[in-house]
Every structure is written in C-alpha cells, then in structure tokens.
Design a protein. Structure first.
Length: 250
C-alpha cells in the first residue's frame, strides 16, 4: 500500500517531494497533478476544505480497484494505507513559533457550525455532523519523535485568522490549539469515508493573529516541511503496512 500526501498548492507539493530525492513520476488527474516518488503520491489538491476533500476523495476513488466479485469473496485491498494532509500554516504564539513543525493530535473544524446570540456553536451542538478527527495516537507520537514536531490540535478554518480578537476566540474555544490551516479537516473527511487513517503535518510560516505579510517566513517553512518529510518517511512507510487497529476516531 502507498501513502497519499495532499497539499493545497504546488509549491507545498514540491517541498514534500524534494524530501524523497530524484525526479518524481507525474500522473495527470482531472484538475490536479500527482507526483509519485517511491511509496508516496503527493497531490496539490487546492486551497480550502472543500477543494481538499474533493481532491482527496477523487484520488482515493481513482486508485481503488474494482470491488471483488461475489465468486471471489472478500474485500478489495486498499491502495493507500495512510493519507497525510501537509503544508505550511499559521502557528499560535508562543507554542508554535515560526519555522517549527506541528503534527495534529486532533484535526478540528474550527468554524463549522452556527453563530448565535450566545456565541458560536459547533456543528455537533446542532445535532449533526462531526467537527473532529483523531489521527492514530501512536503514529502522532512516532512522527513527533522523528521530526521534533509538537503534537497538538490543528484547526481547519475557511477564513484565515487576521485579528487579535479572532485569535483569542479560537484559543478560548479550542484550548491547546497549536496551528491553523485550511485543508486538514477536508482531507480527513475524505480519508475517513474511505476507511483510511489520516495524519496532518504542518510547518509554521506565520503567527496566527493580525496579518503582517512582512513577518511571514514561507521559504523557511517550506524548507522545514522538506526536512520533516525526509525524517518522517520511514515512519510513514512503516505505518502503511499495519493493520488499522488505531484507525480514525471521532
């Protein structure tokens, strides 16, 4: 089985594939381009949870073999043993400084729900849906140990945070959150429906809060992402062959 890595944009995809060396094989998918390096398929699926979910679901479906016939019995093998949402993102200071790495212990839909006179209600409080995926804890620990990444909740938002008030509100609603990005929950939704474990790994390019583009360190974060996958690759490859006894949790 292989590892599917989903980023938002090509520059993140290329930062990941650089970790594996050589020239990746390029495979065309409708609306996207997948780069194959060894056991890793790396896809730039687009920005935001909707694009990420659609791209991930399509890649998973495209790679899934036809169902086993009734005469053969059994379940067809899954082509991917693990899906990883990866890229750069904003870090909550001081827990996740610029250039640091974060591996998600929880992938949280931070703004999926409803505004009310009494404050924000997550979608689960409305009586439907889910607002969190939990990656396999052992995998989170192993990746953190291999890369030096801090483990903690990573928030998925549809609108990037740009004010101090919004930053404070997110931290009040999600104590211990380390970072925010725009794709993790979408990737997790697609992986979860396919029954494939998911992980999220982020390199911090900017501090969550008032927007200050001059202070962003995108180049440093991309370099950190490349280094992280170079260190994490053996862990991720080792995980893909396991039985999924620590599969996605609610």
């Amino acid at each position: 089985m292989r590892v599917l890595v989903v980023t938002a944009v090509p520059v993140e995809r290329d930062a990941v594939t650089r970790a594996f060396g050589g020239t990746p094989e390029t495979l065309a998918l409708p609306g996207a381009e997948l780069h194959r390096s060894g056991a890793f398929d790396v896809l730039a699926g687009g920005a935001g949870p909707s694009a990420a979910a659609a791209a991930t679901a399509f890649a998973l479906a495209r790679a899934t073999p036809a169902p086993a016939s009734a005469s053969c019995g059994g379940t067809p093998p899954r082509p991917y043993g693990l899906v990883v949402s990866a890229g750069i993102g904003g870090g909550f200071a001081p827990a996740a400084p610029l250039g640091s790495l974060v591996v998600a212990s929880g992938i949280v839909a931070a703004d999926l729900g409803a505004e009310t006179p009494d404050g924000f209600l997550p979608v689960t409080a409305l009586g439907f849906g889910r607002d969190r995926f939990t990656p396999p804890p052992a995998l989170v620990r192993e990746v953190a140990a291999a890369t030096g990444a801090a483990p903690g909740p990573v928030l998925t938002v549809s609108t990037v945070t740009g004010t101090a008030d919004r930053t404070a509100a997110l931290l009040a609603a999600h104590p211990g959150a380390l970072a925010e990005a725009m794709e993790g929950f979408g990737v997790a939704e697609a992986a979860g429906r396919a029954g494939v474990p998911v992980l999220e790994l982020r390199a911090v390019s900017n501090t969550v809060g008032p927007r200050d583009r001059a202070a962003w360190r995108i180049g440093d974060a991309l370099a950190a992402l490349t280094e992280a996958f170079g260190k994490a690759a053996p862990v991720l490859e080792g995980w893909k062959g396991r039985n999924s006894h620590e599969d996605l949790e609610g």
